[in-house]
Design a binder for this molecule. Structure first.
Ligand code: P6P
Length: 332
């Protein structure tokens, strides 16, 4: 194991990508690394630690029951990021408003500390999603809403941690995507998936087909297209939907595929949140050679208007995203 590259070494090696950051950015990534290890430990014991399982009886702004592990993960990431004194503010799915941290901090974070948490009690993979921006407001002043409402194109870094059969941290700083697998024995993340690329074509589509009749004609037509028998285009595609965004996204990143969460009659803007789910994964997928779209526009070009705004979300293999856009735009 002496020939491996640890995440710590990788962060230091890549520090030169951030001239003038004098190590703050590396310290920020190290905070995420530390919190990931702590959360991973608890997630892997979730089935045993009844004091963690179940909900705390409160609801987050989404009106979703907050699972204890949600709250625990949120606390751990906030603590680790606060301690490093490099972050001026945090927007989290679990908090109605943004959290002001250290006025001297240069960076802001948008995060979903534990996405897919409804799967905790049934032992399905879940994940953390994070996005890092440089603040707009002057250092030394209080963080402002404007710092958080930046387009996805302004992200400095983004990534996710998947707590699955193994725990992996996958992230980009704009120079490709690298995946690190946690070795609990050594207590380190090691580089296991260097320079990850998503195939331009895929044969997996991920959508909750229970929403079929609540979705637009264009989405319905794409699903029917995916199910048609046509060996020349490797159809029918395979339907794979775990109900945990990070798990579906990660599988499609590796194998090729398309994740879809459309706007529906019951969720007219879709379900997924732009700031801390759609934009960070859009950055990762674009850096891996894929695309992320609302069906009509590039996700990372959207000008955010609120912390928890939702958008229709289609992300994955370029040619699958483009085919879906054809169906959606032809319904106009
Ligand atoms: P549905 C989990 O709540 C989540 O945000 C994503 O992780 C997941 O892909 C999606 O919602 C599942 O939503 O409506 O299909 O249960």
């Amino acid at each position: 194991m002496t020939d491996v590259t640890t995440l710590g070494e990788f962060i230091i090696e890549k520090q030169r990508d951030f001239p003038g950051s004098s190590g703050e950015f590396s310290r920020l990534l190290s905070a995420i690394r530390l919190a990931s290890k702590i959360v991973s430990q608890q997630v892997n014991k979730a089935g045993l630690l009844n004091h963690i399982l179940g909900s705390v009886g409160t609801e987050n702004i989404q009106g979703e029951q907050q699972q204890k592990l949600d709250v625990y993960a949120n606390d751990q990431f906030i603590k680790a990021l606060t301690k490093r004194k490099v972050v001026c503010g945090i927007a989290s799915e679990e908090n109605d408003d943004y959290i002001s941290i250290n006025q001297e901090g240069k960076y802001i974070i948008a995060m979903d500390p534990l996405d897919g948490s409804s799967n905790i009690d049934v032992n399905v993979s879940i994940g953390t999603i994070f996005s890092i921006y440089k603040r707009i407001s002057p250092e030394g002043s209080p963080v402002t809403m404007e710092d958080f409402l930046q387009k996805g194109t302004e992200q400095l870094a983004a990534g996710y941690i998947i707590y699955g059969s193994s725990t992996m941290l996958v992230y980009t700083t704009g120079n490709g995507v690298n995946g690190f697998t946690y070795d609990p024995g050594m207590g380190v993340f090691v580089l296991s998936h260097p320079d990850m690329k998503i195939p331009k074509d895929g044969t997996i589509y991920s959508i909750n087909e229970g929403n079929f009749y609540k979705s637009s004609k264009g989405v319905q037509e794409f699903i029917k297209y995916a199910q048609k028998i046509d060996p020349d285009t490797k159809r029918p595609y395979t339907g794979r939907y775990i109900g945990s965004l990070v798990a579906d996204f990660h599988r499609n990143l590796i194998k090729g595929g398309l994740y879809m969460y459309p706007n529906t009659t019951s969720s007219p803007n879709g379900k997924l949140r732009l700031l801390y789910e759609c934009n960070p994964l859009a950055y990762v997928i674009e850096q891996a050679g894929g695309e992320a779209s609302t069906g009509r526009e590039r996700i990372m070009e959207i000008q955010p208007t609120s912390l928890h705004q939702r958008v229709p979300y289609y992300v994955g293999s370029t040619n699958m995203v483009k085919k879906l856009e054809e169906f959606i735009q032809s319904e106009e």
